[in-house]
Write a protein that binds this ligand. Structure first.
Ligand code: TYD
Length: 215
């Protein structure tokens, strides 16, 4: 049971194109918060629960036949519903900070804009899925489609290994990038936008500077 004196954990999400360096920043942030004496868990979307990881494999791996845009959006939303109900909300209630690699804004950008389903429709299914849970802070690691692709290739030993979404052309990823920037502009108090081309330690200090205010 939650004690009324227990402060709720912070919910922080990382967003950005493929290859923006989110996993490095997630790790650095987890280590810094732990060093601060706080309880913290990192997680990812789609995923973070048993059913979520199964949905992740279904939606990202090639070879499951055609997945139309609405089905794709609902699969991400279903994985997210499980993630919130079974993992994120219970952790926050217990006072543990949750740092997630992607959250709802990925669906708004990839499915709403990238797949042209419309931001409002995708927001509606996600409000239902998450019971309207929103991150306290969303950190956008902004990167161009071309830079993101080269970094992904460099990270996998020079070989291009792409999942279903990563296989989309640069033009698709450039639209996603603009969608994230527009979402961030609409809610500056909830977003920190960083140029992902900076060195990892530099990005990390900018994130810690922003978090000092809320920690
Ligand atoms: P991720 O594992 O974060 O890939 P990467 O580490 O390469 O950034 O995300 C998997 C892919 O799923 C990524 O291409 C973005 C896409 N995605 C969506 O299209 N919608 C969503 O709601 C989420 C969470 C991810």
């Amino acid at each position: 049971m939650q004690s009324s004196s227990l402060p709720r954990g912070l919910f922080i999400a990382f967003e950005g194109g493929d290859g923006a360096g989110k996993s490095t920043q997630l790790r650095l942030l987890r280590e810094a918060l732990q060093g601060h004496g706080d309880r913290v868990v990192t997680t990812r979307e789609p995923g973070g629960t048993e059913i979520g990881e199964k949905l992740r494999a279904l939606v990202l791996e090639h070879g499951h036949g055609q997945i139309d845009a609405r089905t794709e959006a609902l699969m991400y939303a279903a994985a997210r519903a499980a993630h919130v109900a079974q993992f994120i909300s219970p952790q926050l209630t217990q006072g543990t900070h949750v740092v997630s690699d992607r959250f709802v804004d990925s669906s708004l950008a990839y499915q709403g804009v990238g797949r042209a389903l419309g931001i409002d429709q995708v927001a509606a299914i996600n409000n239902f899925a998450t019971d309207s849970l929103r991150p306290d802070l969303t950190i956008l690691l902004d990167i161009s489609a071309a830079d993101g692709r080269s970094r992904r290739i460099a990270g996998s030993g020079g070989i291009e290994v792409s999942d279903r979404l990563e296989s989309e052309p640069d033009e698709f990823h450039e639209r996603i990038r603009q969608a994230f920037l527009t979402l961030a502009k609409a809610e500056p108090e909830r977003y920190l936008v960083l140029d992902a081309n900076q060195p990892a330690q530099e990005l990390h200090s900018q994130i810690m500077d922003r978090l000092q205010a809320v920690l």
